[in-house]
Design a protein around this ligand. Sequence first.
Ligand SMILES: [Zn+2]
Length: 291
Amino acid sequence: MKLEINRLDVLITQPGFPPNETACVLVCWETNAIRAAGTTVRFAIERSLTPAFDEEDTEVIVSNIPAVLGQVVYTYEDRTPSLINHWRRYFYRILGTGADRDVLSHHKTWEAEPRPYELEIINRHNYLLKNHTGAPTYSFVERTADAHKCVCIDPTTQRANYSNCTLCLGTGRQRPFFRPILHFVDYNPPQELVQIAQFGEHQTKAIDCWFSAFPILKPRDILYRPVQGDLWRIVKKTPVGGQGVTIQQVCRVEALNLSDVEFQKLPKSIPQAELLAVIREWEQTRQARLW
Ligand SMILES: [Zn+2]
């Protein structure tokens, strides 16, 4: 029998409003009915803070959930620390084993699935950014949980001892950022879009930008623009979209100083050859556009 995982839903049933510090996430999946008696199919749930499911950032939260003869829908309640305080987002996927081959489901988080017309808009935005108004950008998503404490943490104050620690970049967590994600960002957003975001007064060294639905970024995440070689930290974000679906993200970002520790670490974590290839491709797109 060929094992299939057809559907996966992830729903926050309790986000963990204070004083209750526990959140509850319902993970629900559908599989083709297990018909043969004596089935040995088992399910495991993997959870990650990144949709990339990096090996180091993926945990198996439960394994060995046995398939039951004739049962199609399975649920699991994941209890996590409060989700409200940290802008934390988990991605889930299901691994089915014990059939003729192992099956891994798509990953899912609790954001609603975009509807067809929303997908259409997202696709158009992606095209526009990649071919016209966007600049290649590596985004470093800050890890907000589940990271080992840095050696520089003072045991008494529980704070990072010095802000220029090259292990944690002053965050107090080792490996403070996920593997960077390459996407395209428009650093000269149309004025209407900024007005929708209602960011208010401009600070010096701050600019506005917009990008598409993926990756979902949050305040404190860092953008690296390889063509100019500058780093920006998100200070405010306004998602544009409706009913839980992000279509577009408008951000105010602040420039980091060359002397900041992030400059020593983050750009260097991207392989030089890859950076050059990205810049070269972008230059070619620009040339083609000028014709
Ligand atoms: Zn440190």
